[in-house]
Design a protein around this ligand. Structure first.
Ligand SMILES: [Zn+2]
Length: 348
């Protein structure tokens, strides 16, 4: 069955930037040269990624004018591929570990909300096969490429499709975008990863000048054992995400508790609506009603401000905004000589 309808627009957007801003050859700053876009089918749907590409501007440098793409790009998809590496890893596992047929895999993907045709499944299956078997031809191409570059920058990623315990480990060379080695392993112990890194090191036959990965303990140990003196850069995105997890949870809890304290706002809003309906502008409470309404609005907008976790924590933002509102009400109360202030209230 082929796809007749047009591909739907991407559900997610991401911008990827090179983490390295200086040239690997001459250490001079690399300038942003251009932006480019790719649309990739991931297990979370279509994702449009915008890539920032840098270049070395030093005319004396061996990498002069050569594009340097974001290191993370290769984790998303193979060069020129539209199918995400996570989708390929899942299809590979379903095929070779679970022995499912193409129509069965197609059905499984459909159930997960991944819209592909059977041809794409077959195509991805072939990509997976190519990935995990090192062809002699590919090895030669890699050698030539490395000889030209004189150095390699490695990235190691583990892709875990949520079936079984298998992880597809992929070692990429960042400067060329080439896959050095890919292997599905049932264990992600540091000894197994060290084995993969050693194999990659032998395949390359040029010095490795840096490693990029996320902060997983087993990867760190493996890198230290195989490349003890090589700089190991932790991927900013994954590092931040790991560090943010406990903060995010605590902040979400704080926001939930804070929300409970301003539940009473609904009753105030309701009584304002009733008063407003009677046209009470001229009445005793008429002058205060718009002010109270403004305060209600301020609380409402504070409640719906989700911030951008982890860098701007929504719970902390809500606390800050509610504190400001409460202080403002206190000031008004003091001016008007109200009998009690909000800070005396036991519910708050
Ligand atoms: Zn340079």
């Amino acid at each position: 069955m082929s796809r007749n309808e047009r591909r739907p627009p991407a559900q997610q957007q991401r911008q990827l930037e090179p983490q390295r801003k200086t040239c690997v050859a001459c250490e001079q700053p690399m300038w942003v040269a251009y932006h480019t876009e790719r649309t990739i089918l991931t297990l979370q749907g279509l994702c449009q990624i915008r890539l920032v590409v840098r270049r070395c501007r030093n005319q004396q440098c061996s990498r002069y004018q050569q594009p340097y793409r974001p290191e993370e790009e290769g984790r998303w998809a193979l060069p020129h591929g539209e199918c995400g590496l996570d989708v390929i890893a899942l299809i590979g596992t379903l095929r070779y570990r679970e022995h499912r047929s193409v129509p069965e895999i197609h059905q499984e993907l459909k159930e997960r909300g991944v819209q592909v045709c059977e041809r794409t499944v077959e195509h991805a299956m072939h990509r997976y096969e190519e990935l995990v078997t090192v062809h002699l031809q590919r090895r030669e191409r890699l050698h030539q490429q490395m000889e030209k570059q004189g150095r390699a920058l490695l990235a190691i990623d583990g892709l875990q499709p949520d079936v079984g315990h298998e992880v597809l480990w992929v070692i990429r060379e960042v400067l060329s975008g080439e896959i050095v080695l890919a292997r599905a392993l049932l264990s992600s112990a540091h000894k197994d990863l060290a084995g993969l890194l050693t194999e990659a090191k032998e395949l390359l036959a040029v010095p490795v000048s840096g490693i990029i990965s996320d902060g997983q303990q087993s990867i760190r140990k493996a890198v230290v054992s195989v490349f003890p003196s090589i700089p190991h850069q932790l991927c900013h995105f994954h590092y931040l995400r790991e560090a943010a997890k406990p903060i995010y949870e605590a902040d979400r809890h704080a926001k939930k508790e804070l929300k409970k304290k301003v539940r009473g706002i609904r009753a105030i809003e309701r009584s304002l609506e009733e008063e407003g309906g009677e046209g009470g502008e001229g009445g005793e409470g008429g002058q205060e009603a718009p002010v109270v309404r403004d305060y209600c609005l301020a609380v409402r907008s504070a409640l719906t401000d989700d911030g951008h976790p982890p860098l701007s924590a929504p719970g902390l933002t809500l606390h800050e905004r509610l504190t400001q509102i409460s202080a403002s009400i206190d000031r008004v109360a003091e001016k008007r000589g109200f009998p009690f202030s909000l800070s005396d209230c036991n519910d708050c």
